[in-house]
Design a protein around this ligand. Structure first.
Ligand code: COA
Ligand code: MG
Length: 295
């Protein structure tokens, strides 16, 4: 098992200072942004800076992804410019479904051939819930294979803007049903596609307790990573998506129990029933912990 990428830190592509800070942040991946965090008149400069940054960082720790602009704006021109510098992948905003990612995949086939890169080496992370059609089509990821897909993430700001909603919260301050539905469907679509489900960002980047709680909630549900917008969010996310010492201890116990009772599928343990899904989960916890190593 290779370790999932837990923390994905957005870095505005036109900020020298933040690009430098991003490298030191400890994030598993940086998303060098050419889209919404860059003012329109600075986008050409951002493209050049991102290419320079990719070339200056040939050792990819953190992994380096680039968020291009939407496919119906300068997405192709962005991809053509940055693939020369071999990013680990592209983040695709406002994407409507897997067919559009397959189109990007065809662009990448050509660009990788142009630049002498390994075919299929540029991966894709769509922001998969930014239009109403995208949310309704999430189920398609279960049946349409996208070979380059590393993960799926969801956004909380663009969908309300796209549907003329006043916001994304309900009266109690929680995400309204539309956004909870988008989030759950994104989680299931990612798992159905064999890709990483990456939870959305926390806007309030100084609120560490809220971030810690959000990571715990997301991991409990099956997300394997989370978007960050500030370096201070990286540490809590990296810690939050590792199995805890208690989980590891419990997993060892479950595995030992099954090993001590060969040929038995169901075991009673401290008043609970343990069966195959528990054993599988325990094995997954230990494999995951081993994959993260000391990192
Ligand atoms: N990546 C790298 N470094 C970052 C960073 C980021 N996303 N956000 C902040 N930093 C750096 C700052 O440059 C600053 O470094 P310095 O003091 O050495 O200059 C340090 O971290 C502390 O920053 P702080 O003052 O707390 O934040 P800020 O007010 O400067 O910036 C934001 C706040 C939200 C504008 C900034 O965090 C940001 O640009 N986030 C990413 C936005 C983005 O890409 N959005 C698109 C996806 S929704
Ligand atoms: Mg956006």
């Amino acid at each position: 098992m290779s370790a999932p990428l837990r923390s994905w830190l957005f870095v505005p592509g036109d900020s020298e200072r933040k690009l430098q800070k991003g490298a030191e942040s400890g994030a598993d991946a940086l998303i060098l942004d050419l889209e919404d965090s860059v003012a329109p008149d600075r986008k050409p400069l951002a493209r050049e800076m991102v290419v320079d940054y990719l070339r200056a960082h040939p050792v990819r720790r953190p992994k380096l992804y680039v968020r291009i602009n939407p496919l119906d704006s300068t997405g192709l021109a962005d991809a053509a410019a940055v693939v020369r510098a071999a990013p680990d992948g592209l983040v695709i905003p406002k994407v409507n479904g897997p067919d559009e990612l397959l189109r990007v995949g065809h662009w990448l086939d050509a660009l990788e051939a142009r630049d002498g890169l390994e075919p299929g080496s540029t991966l894709l992370l769509p922001v998969a819930t930014e239009t109403p059609a995208a949310v309704l089509r999430l189920a398609e990821y279960a049946t349409v294979p996208v070979p380059r897909l590393i993960g799926l993430t969801w956004g909380q700001e663009d969908l309300p803007a796209a549907i003329g909603a006043q916001g994304n919260l309900d009266a109690s301050g929680a995400f309204a049903l539309t956004y909870r539905m988008a989030r759950s469907a994104c989680l299931l679509a990612a798992h159905a596609a064999g890709a990483q489900p990456i939870d959305t960002l926390e806007q309030d980047f100084r609120n560490e307790p809220a971030l810690v709680a959000a990571c715990a909630a997301a991991r409990r549900e099956g997300f394997t990573g989370k978007i960050a917008i500030h370096p201070a969010q990286v540490g809590p996310i990296n810690a939050g998506f590792r199995p805890t010492p208690e989980e590891i201890a419990f997993a060892r116990k479950v595995i030992d129990l099954f090993a001590a009772h060969p040929g038995i599928g169901t075991i009673g343990f401290e008043g609970r029933m343990l069966d195959m899904p528990h054993l599988k989960q325990a094995q997954r916890v230990l494999a995951l912990d081993a994959a993260f190593g000391e990192g």
